[in-house]
Design a protein around this ligand. Structure first.
Ligand SMILES: [Fe+2]
Length: 252
């Protein structure tokens, strides 16, 4: 199965006074065109879809995502607003119509996809409360023999000095690690939030953090100068190879 991952597009409203509005729209537009050319089976979006969680930003986002040909699955980031995101994607049946969390499972592909909501309203840091812990454990217990890919916005481990303590409570991210370690059918965990590529072994599986599509907020470059091209990840998953990830740098 071939899965494209996009993340951290931080889309702004078309009439925004922030100077990056047009640049970020161009980054996503070019990434979507390149994703279509790769013909993935599915696209997962690991959060921070927009900058301020506003309806006009989501309207712009939907416009930019409209050309995507593969099924798209979105999980929120700390920049998203769950209610506004839910309203903007209300035509997408995979999103729960009610409840505090935007988490769900997708069973229609060769690999089972499990979305984890790590956000809490008004909070930059990640959360994985007891309700979410119980739900994930139950979901992973349902199909123990089926290859399963998890995706979440906040990576549940430290990434350098800048992102130490990415969760409000260390115990919550430890709980996530313990739950995933108990379910060896997990082929990988895909994350966003950090805005740069990080790969590591974690909880007996592979974890990937994706660079931001928005080049002006990408970590590791001068924050006052947008540089480089949008980057996204293509993940190939098979029983023989497990998770094999490739970076795609696209022309913006
Ligand atoms: Fe972000």
């Amino acid at each position: 199965m071939l899965i494209a991952q996009i993340s951290d597009t931080h889309i702004l409203a078309p009439d925004s006074e922030e100077s990056s509005a047009a640049l970020r729209a161009d980054c996503l537009r070019c990434a979507v065109a390149d994703v279509n050319a790769q013909r993935p089976d599915a696209v997962v979006f690991t959060g921070d879809t927009v900058q301020h969680g506003q309806p006009d930003e989501y309207a712009r986002l939907r416009e930019l995502l409209a050309p995507l040909e593969a099924p798209l699955y979105v999980v929120p980031g700390n920049r998203d607003d769950n209610d506004t995101l839910r309203a903007a994607f209300s035509d997408q049946r995979y999103l729960p119509a009610s409840g505090d969390f935007l988490h769900y499972e997708i069973d229609e592909h060769d690999v089972r996809l499990v979305a984890i909501d790590s956000t809490a309203s008004g909070e930059r840091k990640g959360r994985f409360c007891s309700e979410r812990q119980a739900r994930l454990d139950a979901v992973l217990s349902e199909q123990p023999d089926r290859p399963t890919l998890l995706f979440i916005h906040h990576p549940p481990f430290d990434v350098g000095d800048h992102f130490v303590g990415g969760y409000r409570h260390t115990g919550e991210r430890q709980a996530l690690e313990e739950i995933v370690a108990r379910h060896p059918q997990t082929v990988g965990l895909l994350c966003g939030h950090v805005h740069w590529l990080v790969e590591r072994e974690w909880a007996g599986t592979q974890a990937r953090i994706m660079p931001s599509i928005a080049v002006d907020v990408r970590r590791g470059i001068d924050e006052n100068e947008a540089q480089g091209r949008p980057i996204y990840l293509l993940h190939r998953i098979s029983a023989e190879t497990g998770l094999v990830s490739e970076t795609r740098e696209v022309r913006a």
